[in-house]
Ligand binder design. Structure first.
Ligand SMILES: NC(=O)c1ccc[n+]([C@@H]2O[C@H](COP(=O)([O-])OP(=O)(O)OC[C@H]3O[C@@H](n4cnc5c(N)ncnc54)[C@H](O)[C@@H]3O)[C@@H](O)[C@H]2O)c1
Length: 407
């Protein structure tokens, strides 16, 4: 709907209307992986490409997919060139591969890296010129190649979002592209697929999911509907993250975290995220720090500042995290939440400062300049951060939690 077609009343609100989207078909449950066979059969396709990453190929996950669908005797190829978080150049290679193979179905299996490549590849495989879509000039409006996504981490919620994120090597930045065509035909969330996830990935991707929940909960675009998802995600996070990281074979912890990832993903997809992500993107682009790690590390430092404008929400979050009832002294809720976020980094053995991540202090002004340009995310945060304020946050994060009460 264009602004010309909006009524006067709609135009008088900042956000005239909001859609709520998630995949039309969403399946959750332990061992639902095995239902993939019937789902592929139903699609009546002849050529399939399985997209995953090198790590998952090594641990045999890709072969499990091939073995499962082998009885269908279809032409099935694999694209597993992903190692580390994907770039736009890698996406182009994967689109060329699927075009060359004439695949009618893409099955994406993996963490957010593999799923982002899989869904963007499926949506771009019928387009001649990719450039306008990759630059964000044109929106992808349709998809002819079918797409099924199966996450193996509990974090990004990529299987339920309209976003896909890639490194822009020329600009040393990470950028998202957004399209409704990225929602898969079917998302299958099988918590058993996450049992093999190593502790560091479990911790970083789990806190990433929490970042989606808390940032979308306070977002300018949050609605009562998205807040239901974010609230439930935060509650489940606090009771499941530690056991999933420290006892990865605990299936109940894995089920809990798979719900966290899904619920937070739906909330993120419809309300958006904010300043934590804006400050994390430049670290991914220049230093290739994993998305979950940079979000987790920056979250307490950013919330210490931005949380000041959302006292009511901080009271809610403190209660969802079982930190106490702050209704009678709401201004103390933010301190409790920030303290929890700092302690979380320690408990989960995640880095606690930018210096620990190998970031150079002299790069901070450049990083702040890059972050300050990510208006899509900064404008979705109730506290509007200036470039100068972003630099101050980076400076504190560089030094680590011990300095957090100084100035
Ligand atoms: N589309 C979205 O909405 C969205 C949201 C947030 C983040 N992202 C993107 O997702 C990417 C990060 O995804 P991620 O955190 O899931 O990590 P990842 O996909 O990069 O995977 C991290 C590592 O874990 C390994 N791994 C994954 N699952 C495993 C398993 N079950 N067993 C053993 N090893 C396993 C992978 O092989 C890889 O080496 C980033 O590129 C980020 O920008 C996308």
């Amino acid at each position: 709907m264009s602004t010309q077609t909006l009524s006067k009343q709609q135009q008088s609100t900042n956000i005239p209307f909001q859609d709520f989207l998630m995949p039309g078909n969403f399946r959750f449950g332990v061992d639902t992986f095995y239902t993939l066979l019937d789902e592929v059969k139903k699609l009546k396709v002849q050529k399939i490409t399985v997209i995953s990453d090198k790590g998952l190929e090594r641990v045999g996950v890709v072969q499990r997919v091939l073995d499962l669908i082998e009885p269908l005797s279809l032409k099935c190829t694999t694209f597993t060139e992903i190692s580390g978080e994907p770039t736009f150049n890698l996406l182009k290679t994967s689109v060329e591969y699927v075009k060359k193979e004439n695949s009618e179905l893409v099955i994406g299996i993996g963490g957010g890296s593999a799923l982002d490549v899989a869904k963007a590849t499926a949506a771009l495989a019928d387009k001649d010129d990719l450039a306008p879509y990759l630059s964000g000039q044109s929106t992808i409006e349709s998809r002819t190649v079918k797409c099924i996504l199966l996450p193996t981490t509990s974090g990004t919620g990529s299987e339920v979002t309209m976003n896909a994120i890639f490194g822009d090597e020329e600009q040393e930045l990470k950028r998202g592209i957004v399209s409704r065509s990225f929602l898969p035909d079917l998302a299958i969330v099988d918590p058993a697929l996450t049992l093999s996830c190593p502790p560091k990935v479990t911790a970083a991707s789990g806190v990433d999911a929490f970042t989606h929940a808390i940032e979308s909960y306070i977002a300018v675009r949050a609605t009562p509907l998205t807040k239901i998802y974010a609230e439930r995600a935060m509650k489940l996070f606090s009771s499941n993250i530690t056991k999933s990281v420290h006892n990865g074979k605990d299936i109940n912890g894995r089920i809990g975290m798979s719900w966290v990832s899904t619920l937070a993903g739906v909330s993120l997809a419809n309300a958006g995220v904010g300043a934590v992500h804006a400050l994390a993107y430049p670290l991914g682009g220049k230093y290739h720090i994993e998305h979950g790690v940079s979000n987790a590390m920056l979250m307490p430092f950013v919330f210490e500042v931005t949380g000041k404008t959302c006292t009511e929400e901080m009271v809610d979050v403190a209660s969802y995290l079982h930190l106490g009832d702050f209704n009678n002294h709401p201004h103390k809720a933010l301190d409790a939440v920030v303290q929890y976020l700092y302690e979380l980094l320690e408990t989960l053995d995640l880095p606690t400062s930018l210096s620990e991540l190998g970031i150079k202090r002299e790069d901070l002004p450049h990083l702040a300049q890059q972050a300050s340009k990510i208006d899509r995310l900064l404008s979705n945060t109730p506290y509007r951060l200036t470039e100068q304020k972003i630099l101050q946050i980076y400076e504190k994060a560089y030094q680590g939690p011990k300095t957090r009460n100084m100035g």
